[in-house]
Ligand binder design. Structure first.
Ligand code: ATP
Length: 278
């Protein structure tokens, strides 16, 4: 069995002593791709920021590769692509200069970038399909390309765990497709990923597992097939209430994973954790 990249036991995270999300208990094995979904403001970003030491751990246990968050070792092993982040038009920097900042945690501040740093940057840019834009000004790139630059910056640190907060949000459909291809490739290469998203459709075939955070707690933990089955149940419940929706109408799904065709639900109904529902 693969060792755990992430192990949480009744973990709580928040800010300034105020708990935003709690009761998080699950393991993420290395190589797994996990999507974190949930309504706006439910605490998804707070959870991932807690793993990075950017939000406070306010209870329970959390370990990233066996170490508590906030340690230098953990920061070195995680690559992070923050939410709604593109690069300002006023930033005068090349793609290489931005991606190279992903190497800063890997050498003393006084040492200039060396051959290993340059090789890591080149490899990261190749991974996101921007190998031919190394010397471009980032301000000349599209929003989707800038997002790929930020993923490359995270990859340049050769992370053992890649955390992305809504990587496909706010970019055009063509860029979403390219981003999905990039994430597909990373998944095929065995990269452990934790992806906060509202757009499961864009990640279809990439994620192995879906965790839902709602009302500040864990509401669902299961496979995409189990998720689809749960969504089918939600749709049917809605349909019987308002009478406007045909059974199985994916448009009524809060976080549609796509049309149900091709998804065979398992015999067992989906798991619900802790009895919480959005
Ligand atoms: N730096 C902060 N300091 C204090 N409270 C914060 C901070 N960041 C977020 N919050 C609060 O934590 C709660 C959860 O926010 P969070 O960003 O984790 O939700 P989310 O599920 O990621 O939402 P969205 O889907 O809109 O990104 C909100 O009430 C928010 O106001």
């Amino acid at each position: 069995m693969s060792p755990s990249a992430l192990r949480l036991n009744d973990a709580a995270f928040g800010y300034g002593g105020r708990v935003v999300v709690d009761g998080l208990t699950f393991d993420v094995p290395t190589g797994q791709v996990m999507a974190v979904v949930g309504p706006n403001g439910s605490g998804k970003s707070t959870f991932v920021k807690g793993l990075l030491g950017l939000a406070d751990q306010l209870g329970g246990d959390a370990a990233v590769f066996g170490d508590p968050p906030r340690t230098r070792e953990v920061r070195r092993r995680i690559g992070y692509v923050p939410q709604r982040h593109t690069l300002s038009a006023s930033v005068r920097a090349t793609v290489r200069e931005i991606v190279e900042t992903g190497r800063l945690a890997h050498r003393p501040w006084y040492r200039p970038a060396g051959a290993d740093d340059r090789a890591a940057v080149d490899a990261a840019l190749a991974q996101v399909g921007l190998g031919d834009r190394v010397d471009a000004e980032v301000s000349d790139l599209s929003g989707g390309q800038q997002r790929r630059v930020l993923i490359a910056r995270a990859l340049a640190g050769r992370p053992d765990l890649l955390i992305m907060d809504e990587p496909t949000a706010g970019v055009d459909t063509a860029s979403q497709t390219v981003l999905a291809e990039v994430l597909h490739r990373l998944a095929d290469e065995g990269t452990t990923m934790l992806i906060v998203t509202h757009e499961l459709v864009a990640l279809r075939g990439i994620v192995d597992r879906i965790v839902e955070i709602a009302q500040g707690g864990l509401a669902f933990d299961g496979t995409p097939v189990e998720w689809a089955e749960q969504e089918r149940g939600r749709i049917l419940a809605t349909a019987s209430h308002d009478g406007h929706c045909g059974p199985g109408d994916p448009e009524r799904s809060t976080y549609a994973i796509g049309p149900w065709d091709g998804i065979t639900p398992p015999p067992a109904v989906s798991r619900r954790v802790g009895g919480r529902r959005a």
